[in-house]
Design a binder for this molecule. Structure first.
Ligand SMILES: *Cc1c(COP(=O)(O)O)cnc(C)c1O
Length: 355
């Protein structure tokens, strides 16, 4: 049976990227060796990381003056690495959910953290608007897509301080005006690669301004000077990231991805809104194109388990919602086909008919 993978992360990747990685694990560049057993300083792997960094710049139209890094430690390490390198006195954070909270918690160990707005009182079901960001902060941190609560910023905010963004779950899903950002980071396992690597795009001139000592492995400047190979990089996830980006480029880049993502999300949200059994949990104007959160309508609460089983029988996996929202979450990242979204919509319609 065909599987439809709605997992939130690690999550669906393009079949091409998985097959190319499988091939390279067996025989990398016809070397007779596995990608897993060759030197990261060898010519073959060096060209992988060089091409991967160049493709990030090409796909996101990264302006001059920025460096691209592939680091270990996940997005969670960036919660601490960002303030370590950038927070001298004060930083502003937008509190839009679990991940934003974790980022703020780490930053508090380095300086003053100003929470400019929060949607906590409504279980993070919307993105706060009309907040003001103080001019004198070192940066303003946002989470562009809230993987758990299914909300997303549709645009890059316009503020005076540099933006720092956790784009773990919507990187490459839309064009980004990188020039507004001092730093962008993204754990790879949502939209880019397998777990084990984190993409960082950093504006060179924002570095070197804090007075504290920064340990080498946590120092962006040292990774930049080492061409993202200060130590052994996560070779296999970097290789998969390169394959995903090649797939993305072949399919029209991030602008085309955004079009497909809008179509897929509209198809699913319109069924959620139409179907008497279900309702969405996020404010309509802030609905995520990546993680679609929905629950059973009050009158049908007891059907939740049945619907999960019904969907599972049709090959759908990863639909159970995060415990902090409940219900369902359909993650429909770049690699998710419209056919799989249609299969979910069909299952919802069929389930409705029998109840
Ligand atoms: C998954 C996720 C994280 C955590 O990533 P790790 O790589 O597990 O540290 C952080 N932020 C967002 C928005 C995420 O979706």
């Amino acid at each position: 049976m065909q599987k439809h993978n709605f997992s939130a992360g690690p999550s669906i990747l393009p079949r091409e990227a998985i097959e190319a990685t499988a091939q390279a694990v067996l025989n990398f560049n016809n070397s007779g060796l596995s990608l897993m057993e060759v030197s990261h300083r060898g010519k073959d792997f060096e060209s992988v990381i060089i091409e991967a960094r160049a493709l990030v710049k090409e796909l996101l139209a990264v302006p001059d003056g920025y460096s691209v890094l592939f680091l270990g430690g996940g997005a969670s390490l960036q919660f601490c690495m960002v303030p370590f390198n950038l927070l001298e006195k004060k930083a502003a954070y937008l509190n839009t959910g679990t991940w934003a909270n974790k980022a703020m918690k780490e930053a508090k160990g380095f300086g003053e953290v100003v929470e400019v707005a929060s949607s906590k009182e409504a279980n993070y079901s919307y993105i706060p608007k009309n907040y003001t960001v103080p001019d004198d902060v070192d940066y303003f941190h946002i989470t562009t897509n809230n993987t758990i609560f299914g909300t997303e910023l549709a645009d890059d905010p316009k503020v005076k301080p540099y933006l720092v963004a956790d784009m773990s779950s919507d990187i490459f899903s839309r064009p980004v005006d990188v020039a507004r950002y001092g730093l962008i980071y993204a754990g790879a396992q949502k939209n880019l690669s397998c777990a084990g690597v984190t993409l960082v795009i950093v504006k060179d001139e924002i570095l070197g301004k804090v007075s504290r000592h920064i340990p080498s492995m946590l120092n962006y400047k040292i990774h930049i000077d080492g061409d993202s190979m200060y130590n052994t990089p996560p070779c296999l996830p970097v290789y998969t990231a390169l394959q995903t980006m090649k797939w993305l480029k072949t399919n029209g880049g991030v602008a085309s991805a955004q079009k497909r993502n809008k179509t897929k999300a509209a198809l699913l949200y319109s069924e959620i809104d139409r179907n008497k059994l279900f309702k969405g949990t996020a404010a309509i104007e802030d609905r995520s194109l990546m993680n679609v959160c929905f629950v059973m309508n009050e009158a049908y609460q007891e059907l939740e388990k049945d619907f999960l089983a019904f969907a599972q029988e049709r090959g759908m996996v990863g639909l159970k919602g995060h415990r902090s929202v409940g219900g369902f979450r359909a993650s429909i990242y770049n690699a998710m086909s419209i056919e799989s979204v249609q299969a979910l919509v069909d299952a919802m319609k069929e389930f409705e008919k029998s109840h």
